[in-house]
Each structure stands twice: as structure tokens, then as C-alpha cells.
Design a protein around this ligand. Structure first.
Ligand code: FMN
Length: 301
């Protein structure tokens, strides 16, 4: 029997398929569709120190093979997450990853300290949300990323993952995160993009720019996994347009240790489950014992 298991730093997952932050809520809506314990992990919606109402509508806009979103990190705040959502999430029977975002590095420390006492297996530091107004998001920033990871590292002993932006100082931010103590890097969040409503002649979104996700960005995200794999030591978690088991295999062949599924959940709520089954069959049919045999094989000459 092949093993679907993957090791992400100190954490072992039963398979490499996770739900991506912000696209799976706190898991409750998807509970009605399938047994979520089949997944390797769920990343919870990103939470902040205080509740946020998010951006004004419209917040979603479909594009060819993609989705633009400008949610703006609507969330109930860390306290409500820990008190009300986490206990329900725990019953889903899989690994739970908390995701946190702050305006300043110190906010990440405060959030990590709060999560440190909670029953989650890891913390993902979201330093890559393009939809938070007035913060002058410019993509990955090595200095800021290092400060964020250091602040969180000092506040918790839990594994820290860092979710990077796909633009800006991507490699430098990846190396800075690793140096500061990240156990894994998630590459990547959405790409900044926009749409114009031709009936009004104005940008669709109040913030003009929004985050592009879905199959449209898959080759772009794949490029980042491929480029980072030989340059970093910590495991890479791929995110960007992954909707099928074949997509997941492609990312593993580029070097990913695990994958996160976001927009795919909106198109087919069962797609992560189908992905796990497809990956199992893939290993079985090829008599592969584990992922190590093919991880990064696209780099071999
Ligand atoms: C509606 C929506 C909300 C999102 N919210 C978050 C979030 O709260 N935190 C986060 O780190 N990423 C968030 N993301 C980014 C996704 O987790 C994922 O990294 C990105 O969409 C690329 O993957 P995909 O193409 O599979 O969707 C969000 C994406 C979408 C579409």
C-alpha cells in the first residue's frame, strides 16, 4: 500500500491535500458535502486581532478561468475564532491550521501568543493579502516578512508557515522567512489584478485592484514552486489554481510537499475529496511507495 502521508516540518499530514485559507470558512459549510477528515488539513479563514467587516461590495468577479476577489479579510476576530469556531472545527477530524494577519509585525506576535494556547497544529502567517485597504500592499517584502516571523516565533512554539505573495521580493522574502524560523512556505496567495465594468466605465472594485485566483493562475504559481524548490530548505506548500489531482501531481513534481485548494472549492465542493482519491490511485497504479519518489522530479536531467 502506498503512503499518501507528507511531513511538513514537525507536522505529519495523512495526505498532501489541504483547504486554502479563506475559501473553506471554518469548515462548517463543507461538512454537509463530505467527511472532511479525509483531508490532510484545513486552513481556517485568516483572523485578525479585532473583527473586520471587510470591503464594500462587489467582492467577487468571475474572469476567464479565474476569480477576482476583494473580500478584505472579513472575519470575527481572534477571540471569537478561538472560543466559537475552533471547538467546532476540531470535530472535523483533521489537522487545523490557524491563519493570522496583522497591520504590524507586533500584531502577529499578539495573535500567535493567543493561538499558542489553543488546540491547533500550526499557524500560517498571511503576509500576502492584496485586499486590505490603505496598507499600500506591494507584494512580498523581505524585511517585513522577517520581522513578522520573528515576532510570531517569539510568541509561540507552534509550527509557523508563511504564506507569501507571488510578486515583489518573492525569493528574498522566502529566504527571510526561512531564516527567521518558518517551518514551511506557502506559495502563493492571489495575484493583484483588476476588472472594469463596461456599463459604468469604472473599475469593478472599490479598491481597484483585487486578487486573482483559480486555474488562470496555475502556471504562474507552478513557476514559483519550481523556482523556489532548489533555493529553499523548508517544505513548500503550493497554492494557485489547483483543482484536480493532476494539478496536484504537477506541483509535487515541481517540488511541492503539499497543496492547498481554494477557488476549486467554489466550483465543486467535493474537489478536494476527489483529489485525495485521485492521488491515491495515481500512487497505486504506478507502484510508487510515497511522494518522495517523484517530488521535484521535474528538476532532474
Ligand atoms: C474568496 C477568497 C478569499 C480568500 N481569503 C483568504 C484569506 O483569508 N487568507 C489567505 O491567506 N488567503 C485567502 N485567499 C487566497 C487563497 O487561500 C489561495 O491562496 C488563492 O486563492 C490561490 O489559490 P486558488 O487558485 O486555489 O484559489 C482567498 C481567496 C479567495 C478566492
Amino acid at each position: 500500500m502506498p503512503s499518501l502521508e507528507v511531513q511538513i516540518g514537525s507536522l505529519r499530514l495523512k495526505n498532501p491535500v489541504m483547504a486554502a485559507a479563506g475559501t473553506f470558512g471554518f469548515g462548517q459549510e463543507y461538512r454537509e458535502f463530505f467527511d472532511i477528515s479525509a483531508l490532510g488539513a484545513i486552513c481556517a479563514k485568516t483572523v485578525t486581532l479585532r473583527a473586520r467587516t471587510g470591503n464594500p461590495p462587489p467582492r467577487l468577479w468571475e474572469t476567464p478561468c479565474g476569480l477576482l476577489n476583494s473580500i478584505g479579510l472579513e472575519n470575527p476576530g481572534i477571540e471569537t475564532f478561538l472560543k466559537e469556531e475552533l471547538p467546532k472545527m476540531r470535530k472535523l477530524g483533521t489537522v487545523i491550521v490557524a491563519s493570522i494577519w496583522g497591520e504590524e509585525p507586533g500584531d502577529y506576535g499578539a495573535l500567535a501568543a493567543a493561538v499558542d494556547k489553543a488546540d491547533v497544529e500550526a499557524i500560517e502567517l498571511n503576509v500576502s493579502c492584496p485586499n486590505v485597504p490603505g496598507k499600500g500592499f506591494v507584494g512580498a517584502q523581505a524585511g517585513f516578512t522577517a520581522d513578522v516571523v520573528r515576532s510570531a516565533r517569539a510568541a509561540t512554539t507552534k509550527p509557523l508557515w508563511v504564506k507569501l505573495a507571488p510578486e515583489g521580493e518573492v525569493l528574498a522574502a522566502a529566504l527571510a522567512a526561512q531564516e527567521a524560523g518558518a517551518q514551511a512556505l506557502c506559495i502563493a496567495n492571489t495575484f493583484r489584478a483588476m476588472a472594469i465594468d463596461i456599463s459604468t466605465g469604472r473599475p469593478v472594485f472599490a479598491n481597484v485592484l483585487a486578487g486573482l485566483s483559480g486555474p488562470a493562475i496555475k502556471p504562474l504559481a507552478l513557476r514559483w514552486v519550481y523556482e523556489l524548490f532548489p533555493r529553499v530548505e523548508v517544505p513548500l506548500i503550493a497554492s494557485g489554481g489547483i483543482t484536480t489531482w493532476q494539478d496536484a501531481v504537477e506541483f509535487i513534481m515541481a517540488g511541492a510537499r503539499a497543496v492547498q485548494v481554494g477557488t476549486g472549492n467554489f466550483v465543486d465542493p467535493l474537489c478536494t475529496l476527489t483529489m485525495v482519491e485521485g492521488l491515491k490511485k495515481f500512487l497505486e497504479e504506478r507502484n510508487l511507495e510515497c511522494w518522495e519518489v517523484i517530488r521535484g522530479c521535474a528538476h532532474r536531467r
